[in-house]
Design a protein around this ligand. Sequence first.
Ligand code: AHR
Length: 499
Amino acid sequence: MRQARLTLDPGFAVGDVDPRLFGSFVEHMGRCVYTGVFEPGHPTADEDGFRGDVLDLVRELGVTTVRYPGGNFVSGYRWEDGVGPRGERPSRFDLAWRQIESNEFGLNEFMRWSRKAGVTPMMAVNLGTRGVREAADLVEYCNFPGGTALSDLRAKHGHPEPHGISLWCLGNEMDGPWQMGHKTADEYGRLANETAKAMRIVDPGIELVACGSSNSGMSTFGAWEATVLEHTYENVDYVSLHAYYEERDGDLGSFLASSVDMDQFISAVVATCDHVGAKLRNRKRIRLSFDEWNVWYMSRFVGERNLAAERVPRLIEDNYHVADAVVVGSLLITLLRHADRVSVACQAQLANVIAPILTEPGGGSCRQTIFFPFADAARYARGRVLRVEPDSPRYETARFGDVPLLEAVATQDGDEVVLFAVNRSVEESLGLTANLRALPGLRVVEHVVLAEDDRSLTNTVAEPDRVRPRQVSGSSIEDGELTAELPALSWNMIRMSSV
Ligand code: AHR
């Protein structure tokens, strides 16, 4: 068995874990909202029509923050359509996904659902087909205490107390030609800055995310961020990143190394933010909001087609196998490794649409394989992130050159230290030793593994328990050294405590 080594030392920390790193995303797309989180008449639905089985799974998943209502959807959305008496809300043809939006579920439903799910909202405004006025109006409707037309309208709609939404996205993927109201970096930068100023006049306490590139492969990547930040630096707090990964052309080795791409993407955006800060003589540090990330088999997406005939179409309902879960685990590790600059991250999406939770209309629900690493990290990655520089055997990939077999990070919260690790080898277990001499008195509480002999296994609503994490024995600490075995192609969480 090949061996990897690392050292954990509380003297070398990256930064604090922002709980918002374990965010998710609910978009009006396919079945994420309708028959996902919202299904009046479902056997588990509550008085608001929210699926109880899904609410339970969301709490178990440990999601902290949920971005809403899009995505590409938001660039054609009129938020006013989704508030007020349901019977008076219009049905609209949504330009992004070409499906009919009934508006039965809107802003106030999302806020009620968020409270029940125990998550904080992250709201996006439409800067594609709308602008400054509508965005400021939305902040007034949501956050203004009362005594204005829109805050009083909110009260009339059953919410006298302000929603107090503190995190806002200034549009979505505005660099993408597919986006309704797509803009150049200068056009978007100016609009985002003016909108930010207006939104902050309504509520000075809000935090704002400017759109970065839709992915690092965009021809404008880098230049887009620089131009947008030159316009907005003073008035925004975050710049967004989006990335989706999939196995292409049977190249599993490169797919398993997807987090190398995410790592480089984050470093490049950090460098760009700091370049603009230096140029503007501004000492403020822009932080990163990785507000869409996941495995998505985009190459299987049939593309835009008119879905108006299907009431709730099944769109991009990827069914994830074990290798996908291992990649998701390595992406979570990478986000944690950049905790000094990445403060918010949203796995896209929450239910049915490239999601950890699958549902059947009128039927059951299940945890996809990717549910498990997310749930482990969201529950146990607490406190601060320790810097981990593994010395690992490497393997050759077509896309990224040679890559370490081991991807790892650790967190420390009081007496508890948790090591999160992925073994990318599809063939063999990897031995791990960790020098813990700077953390005396630790013992292993549990070593949880997600790995299967058949890496193509998936969970479905009909067979929800084919893939499950399990506890393994054999990991131990002696003379300040942890020894563990990480099975082939596995996600691992080793919890240690000194009490
Ligand atoms: O999450 C699905 C889509 O991916 C989102 O609507 C869009 O922002 C991204 O391109």
